[in-house]
Write a protein that binds this ligand. Structure first.
Ligand code: UDP
Length: 339
């Protein structure tokens, strides 16, 4: 057993990893996958949007450690970064509702926090994978979005754009550390990602719809429901993060990671209803204006589709799960919980 574990570590370029935001939806799945790869995994999370329940099952694992603290605690980050070979930086204020409601917190975590991660990582030469977001494409209407596309954001009086701007600053800073200090960084622009443990109270549509569908409520579709997204299964997202982190040629580059199966939000509502065994009929869907759902003047993205040719060409990654399979997987998880 011990010999097997050591063997796994021999083939692992980063036997000790740190995941910031490790108790979040994506971080907790990543932690699990890296433990299965034979890594020692340490997470840090301030539980602002993360939840300890997401990682409680990992606590007995001998290679798992956690700290409940903020990444803005530089002394702690210095020690934690010095003890690993790879940082997956996922900690961020996320979700449209939270960003609109708490713009100061968003900037403190997303800008200052990332600066601390990069500074401490540069001190020890530890590689960093920075998770950015498809939000950086702003209100651009290119379909699909390609990594080198121009970016157009809305005005600063609309706090919605502060998230995109903060993630752009993260990308600029990561690339600056790469160029000036030689810090190995990889930047990933995650598009809509879904899976078990994602919660709806920060705005994400899939867990909201699934919760509403399972409670027998109407599904609340914002706007006319003709806006579209591509939803990536968490299992595909985690695989992309790990392979990119371990690929030397990915260093200093930006990659889109997302599904290319485009669906309108209305179609999504119908699929969710069908997945839980309810009829996709108008009575089960309620339309709600954006002003009512968010705040006056809120601007939604009409379409959001990634161009994934860059990651596909470099590491051969592409999604393996369809939207339907991802929805089945999430609903099965809820049903198992309910018993
Ligand atoms: N949305 C919706 N009902 C909800 C939550 C969201 O119709 O209860 C819509 C939202 O307006 C957007 C899409 O679903 O057009 C995806 O929203 P989400 O916040 O999940 O992701 P993002 O807007 O960041 O792509």
């Amino acid at each position: 057993m011990v010999a097997m574990k050591n063997k796994a570590k021999d083939h692992n370029p980063h036997p000790r990893v740190l995941i910031t935001g490790g108790a979040g939806f994506i971080g907790s799945h990543l932690a699990e996958a890296l433990l299965n790869r034979g890594c020692q995994v340490t997470i840090i999370d301030d539980l602002s949007t993360g939840n300890f329940d997401n990682v409680a099952h990992l606590v007995p694992h001998p290679e798992f450690k956690y700290a409940i603290d903020t990444i803005n605690n530089e002394g702690l980050m210095d020690r934690m970064v010095s003890e690993c070979e790879m940082v997956y930086h996922l900690a961020a204020a996320v979700g449209v509702h939270l960003i609109v409601e708490k713009p100061i917190h968003t900037n403190q975590i997303n800008i200052m926090g990332t600066e601390i991660i990069l500074r401490t990582s540069a001190r020890y030469g530890v590689k960093v994978l920075v998770t950015s977001s498809s939000e950086v494409y702003g209100r651009g209407n290119n379909v699909p979005f390609s990594e080198n596309d121009d970016v157009v954001l809305g005005p600063t009086v609309q706090s919605r754009w502060s998230y995109a701007a903060s993630k752009m600053v993260d990308e600029f800073m990561a690339l600056a550390y790469f160029r000036e200090k030689g810090l190995p960084v990889v930047i990933v622009r995650l598009f809509n990602t879904i899976g078990p443990r994602q919660v709806g109270h920060y705005g994400m549509v899939v867990p909201r719809f699934i919760g509403q569908a399972l409670r027998g409520e109407q599904l609340t579709v914002y706007g006319d429901g003709q806006q579209s997204r591509c939803f990536l299964d968490i299992r595909d997202a985690v695989r992309a993060l790990i392979v990119l982190a371990e690929e030397p040629k990915a260093v200093g580059q930006v990659f889109n990671v997302g599904s290319i199966q485009e669906v309108t939000i209305f179609e999504l509502a119908c699929k969710v209803l069908q997945t839980v065994g309810r009829e996709a009929i108008p009575e089960n869907i309620a339309f709600m204006s954006y002003d009512q759902a968010y705040m006056a003047g809120f601007e939604d993205m009409r379409r959001r589709v990634p161009d994934i040719s860059k990651i596909r060409d470099l590491i051969g990654w592409e999604p393996q799960y369809t939207l339907e399979q991802a929805l089945e997987h999430i609903v099965a998880g809820y049903e198992a919980q309910i018993g």
